[in-house]
Structure formats: structure tokens, C-alpha cells
Design a protein around this ligand. Structure first.
Ligand SMILES: Cc1ncc(COP(=O)(O)O)c(C=O)c1O
Length: 463
């Protein structure tokens, strides 16, 4: 197997990221102590021990009460929450005059807020790329229910990028004087493709509000909302720095939020609500979009996490991820069985240009038959590798990558009707084709040894 000297010769910039090795030894020692090869950073980031200690310290040294009251413990919690909002805006280079931060449970919670509140009506448009997480796809159900038109822009093989002609044609379809929402991911959680942020302005000038899903992008890339002014930006913090789980945000432009109409009200979201008068008045954002009591004891951990990332620096994180991804791509695609059949088929770009650290693939045997992803899951787990298998909640990219046609899918869905469709039934229905894939994703504290462990595992599948 090619070794470190070959790696560093090919990716010399990795040498400048050794701060992360020291950080890993100091702040993530459990990884090596437990012999864990963690390769699912797109699923979730890992937290540093120092984040936990700092969070505990904040809790131990203060008394926090339920926010939004005048008493001192409540005021202390309110101050923390408001400071964290400011810190998030600063982190994403967003002007507080222009943007606000609505706390949610996760990115999906942020997406649901947009979906249920966007004023879709007959004649309106929801335009989205095939390459999207299901929590973005799910918004189409709100659009359908309210009579808006839903249109998908396809991705093209082999790189799974969006075809520019289809994109331009899609953007030309904004309905004049109507509500038009365009949604795409800054980075695909399936293929790692980074879609251009320049599309935001192109879409704006053609009359679209833009939802930019940055959940898979911001763990290893800086986001500058001063330069790329997306309207709705969902985030999950655990994906960036591992802890806490259960907190996300919708970073949103104040002008775009004005359009949203919430379908209900809850504790904390109104200025006045009356039982006898059957009336309520929604508070302005962010309060009007935050149902009930916020997770005020965990919110301080968000600021600690953001500081942690900033101290390491995106440049270092990005460079490290780029080098390790490149090495994975180079070496995986070179592996061949004695029959000459390549061991892996990678879905997405084969080099590091405009892509992040998620590498999605299937393994094939010497007769070119796909390995069952459940076998790969089991075999890799046995050597302590955490990778992910399935379709990663991104069926659009998966269907194109795996060559599953609309006709095949329609036949399956007609056959099963409204009954539940299990994974096994679905697989049988599409003729035992590979219906899922294996995703290996590197991130913040990945190192050369992690990637080598995966390559070593891959070679055990060779015949
Ligand atoms: C691109 C993308 N969008 C949205 C989500 C949803 O995030 P969550 O499950 O934290 O709500 C994910 C999660 O993997 C993702 O990768």
C-alpha cells in the first residue's frame, strides 16, 4: 500500500496542518485510545474534551432560569442566548441588521419552519435540485398541499453536478409577482459536490428566494453571508463541532422572514393571544419562530464550539480534508481485482476540485457484482471503522448515481400502493441492483492513519 512519504509528496500542504494532530492527541485522545476509525463526519462531527469542560464550567459558575423574564437568573439565560445569536451571525459574516438567527432543534427543524411558513399558493413555484437532503425534499409536500408547482433540476453523471443549462432554464421559470423558492445544498451529503454559491445572486435577479442548505458544507468550509446573501440558511451545530446535539439554527434574512406565515402559535411566539377573542399576534422573529422554551442550558455550548473551530481555522481544516479526500480518491480508484475489475465505483468527482470530504461508492467483486452494503457495514464495523451505508437521506442523487430510473421507481410504488415498503422489498423490486451506497467522510480531526485503515480494509475485499 502506498505510504506516508508518497502521500506527503502528492499533498505537501498537509504538512501545514499538523496543529490538528496535536489537537487530536490533546483534545480527542479517546479516538486513538479506543482504536476508533471515525469516517462519518458528514453524519456528525466529533467534540473536543475542552468543549465539554468549558460548557460544564459555564453551568457550574452561573444560575440560569427560564429566559424572557425580568428576574436575574432569567436575564442571565436571555443574555447568553442573545450573545450566542450575535456570535453565530459573526461566525457566518452576517450583518445583524440584515440577518437574524432562529434557534431550532437541527437543520431539519429549520427547514420545516421554512416549509410550513413559506406562503406557497397556486401559481407559486418551488424549484430544487435532485441533489438535496430529504428535509429539503420534504418541503415539496407543503408546496403540493398549497397548490404550488414543484420542479426538480437533475444532476448529471458522472460527477453528479447540476447541468448549467437545466439550472438556467429552471431559474427562468419564476412566476412574476408570485412567491418563488429555490433550494439547493452548498455541499452534497451524497457525493461531496460543492454547488456554486454564485447561483444565489443569479436566482435573486430572476425573482427567487433562495434556501441554501449548508449543513454538510460548514463543517469544513467557511460561509460568508456578506458575500453570498442566501435568504434561508439551515444549520445543525453538531455537524460542525460535535456537541451539543439537539441545537440547530435557521439563519435568515430579515426581509425574507417578513414573507413567512406561521401556521400556528405557541408559548413564546406571540405578543398577545386570546381565548375569548380567538385571536393571536405573532412576535417578530426570532421569538415568533421559536416554539416554547429554548434549550437554554445547551445554547452556551454553541458559542464554545464556534470558538473552537475559529481557533483551529477553516483554512487548516479545509486543507487537511482536501488532502485526505484526494488520497482516498486516488487510491480507492486504483484498486483492481486480479480479473481487472475495479474494486470500487465512486459516485461524484474523482478529484478534489469543488468537492468536500464525503466519498460515496460501492464495492464490486471480481465478477463485477456489487457487494451488499449490509455486508460492508458489518465487515468494516468488525475492524472498528465507522462509515455509513444507505442513501443518506438523499434519494435524488442516489437514484441517478445508481441508475435507478423513474419508470422503475413508479412501477415499484404502484405495486406497493400505500402499504409500507421495506428496504428488502424495494431492493427486490428494482431487480437486486445496488440500491444504496457506502459513504466515507473525513473531517476536523481525521488523520492519515484513518484513511489508511479504510484503504487497508478495502484491500481485504480484493480477489
Ligand atoms: C445536507 C444536509 N442537509 C440537512 C441535513 C439534516 O440535518 P439534521 O439531521 O441534523 O436535521 C443533513 C444531515 O445529514 C445534511 O447532510
Amino acid at each position: 500500500m502506498p505510504d506516508y512519504s508518497e502521500f506527503i509528496q502528492k499533498y505537501p500542504a498537509y504538512d501545514r496542518t499538523h496543529d490538528i494532530d496535536e489537537l487530536r492527541d490533546r483534545d480527542y485522545p479517546r479516538l486513538d485510545r479506543m482504536g476508533q476509525v471515525y469516517l462519518d463526519y458528514t453524519g456528525g462531527g466529533l467534540y473536543a474534551e475542552s468543549q465539554l469542560k468549558l460548557h460544564q464550567q459555564v453551568l457550574a459558575e452561573h444560575v440560569f432560569g427560564n429566559p424572557h423574564s425580568a428576574n436575574p437568573t432569567s436575564q442571565a439565560a436571555t443574555r447568553l442566548i442573545e450573545n450566542t445569536r450575535e456570535r453565530i451571525l459573526q461566525f457566518f459574516h452576517a450583518d445583524s441588521e440584515e440577518y437574524t438567527v432562529i434557534f431550532t432543534q437541527n437543520a431539519s427543524g429549520a427547514l420545516k419552519l421554512v416549509g410550513e411558513s413559506y406562503p406557497f399558493a397556486p401559481g407559486d413555484r418551488y424549484l430544487l435540485t435532485f441533489d438535496n437532503h430529504n428535509s429539503v425534499n420534504g418541503i415539496r409536500e407543503f408546496a403540493h398541499a398549497k397548490g404550488a408547482e414543484v420542479t426538480y433540476i437533475p444532476v448529471s453523471l458522472p460527477d453528479l453536478r447540476i447541468d448549467t443549462t437545466s439550472l438556467e432554464a429552471g431559474l427562468e421559470t419564476a412566476a412574476v409577482g408570485k412567491n418563488n423558492l429555490f433550494a439547493y445544498p452548498a455541499q452534497s451529503n451524497f457525493s461531496g459536490v460543492q454547488h456554486p454559491l454564485e447561483w444565489i445572486e443569479r436566482a435573486h435577479t430572476r425573482g427567487w428566494d433562495v434556501l441554501l442548505d449548508v449543513a454538510a458544507f460548514v463543517p469544513t468550509n467557511p460561509l460568508d453571508l456578506d458575500k453570498y446573501k442566501a435568504d434561508f440558511v439551515p444549520v445543525s451545530f453538531y455537524k460542525i463541532f460535535g456537541y451539543p446535539t439537539g441545537i440547530g439554527a435557521l439563519v435568515a434574512r430579515r426581509s425574507a422572514i417578513k414573507k413567512l406565515r406561521r401556521p400556528w402559535f405557541a408559548g413564546g411566539t406571540i405578543t398577545v393571544a386570546s381565548v375569548q377573542g380567538d385571536k393571536f399576534y405573532l412576535a417578530e422573529a426570532p421569538a415568533g419562530f421559536e416554539d416554547g422554551t429554548l434549550d437554554y442550558l445547551n445554547i452556551p455550548a454553541v458559542e464554545i464550539g464556534l470558538n473552537h473551530i475559529q481557533a483551529i481555522g477553516y483554512e487548516t481544516i479545509h486543507e487537511r480534508v482536501r488532502a485526505l479526500t484526494g488520497w482516498l480518491l486516488d487510491n480507492l480508484s486504483a484498486l483492481k481485482h486480479s480479473t481487472g475489475v475495479p474494486l470500487v465505483r465512486i459516485y461524484g468527482p474523482l478529484n478534489t476540485v469543488r468537492r468536500g470530504g464525503a466519498v460515496t461508492l460501492n464495492f464490486y467483486d471480481e465478477a463485477d457484482r456489487p457487494f451488499d452494503i449490509r455486508y460492508i457495514d458489518k465487515a468494516s464495523s468488525q475492524v472498528n471503522i465507522s462509515l455509513r451505508t444507505g442513501c443518506f437521506c438523499n434519494p435524488g442523487a442516489g437514484e441517478i448515481a445508481l441508475g435507478i430510473s423513474a419508470a422503475e421507481l413508479t412501477t415499484c410504488f404502484i405495486k406497493s400502493g400505500d402499504d409500507r415498503l421495506s428496504y428488502d422489498d424495494f431492493r427486490l423490486c428494482i431487480d437486486n441492483k445496488a440500491s444504496g451506497a457506502v459513504r466515507v467522510s473525513v473531517g476536523l480531526v481525521s488523520n492519515f492513519e484513518d484513511v489508511q485503515a479504510l484503504l487497508k480494509f478495502a484491500t481485504t475485499l480484493l480477489k
